[in-house]
Design a protein around this ligand. Sequence first.
Ligand SMILES: C[S@@+](CC[C@H](N)C(=O)[O-])C[C@H]1O[C@@H](n2cnc3c(N)ncnc32)[C@H](O)[C@@H]1O
Length: 112
Amino acid sequence: MSFYEKKILPKVLDLLCGSSPINYQRRKVVPKVSGNVLEIGIGSGLNLPHYNASNISKITALDPAEELTDIAKRRIYELDLNIDVMNCGAEEIPLKSKSFDSILVTYTLCSI
Ligand SMILES: C[S@@+](CC[C@H](N)C(=O)[O-])C[C@H]1O[C@@H](n2cnc3c(N)ncnc32)[C@H](O)[C@@H]1O
């Protein structure tokens, strides 16, 4: 992996995906999820501040890009949410079927 992919691209993605118009859309969707949640393609964790913590029992998040989930893990640290992060893609999710109440996917299907 190049220096650009490892160090620059994750920060650029985090900046662009964290812009006001995109956060406006996140605020409309993310607070609606509840229970045991699967987030596919968590990226740098920009949805995390928008979860309604009182409705969440646990979040399992996956993303193949470790350089992005490293940023997400820093955000998790600042929040009172029960979250497991897995570095894998959505094509083969190593979890039991029908084990989630909500599945959240934002700005990710274009990448899969
Ligand atoms: C534009 S970013 C969006 C990140 C995040 N969902 C958000 O709303 O900010 C696209 C994400 O899809 C992830 N991704 C790419 N291929 C994937 C795959 N096969 N399975 C799951 N996530 C994938 C990327 O690593 C990246 O984090």
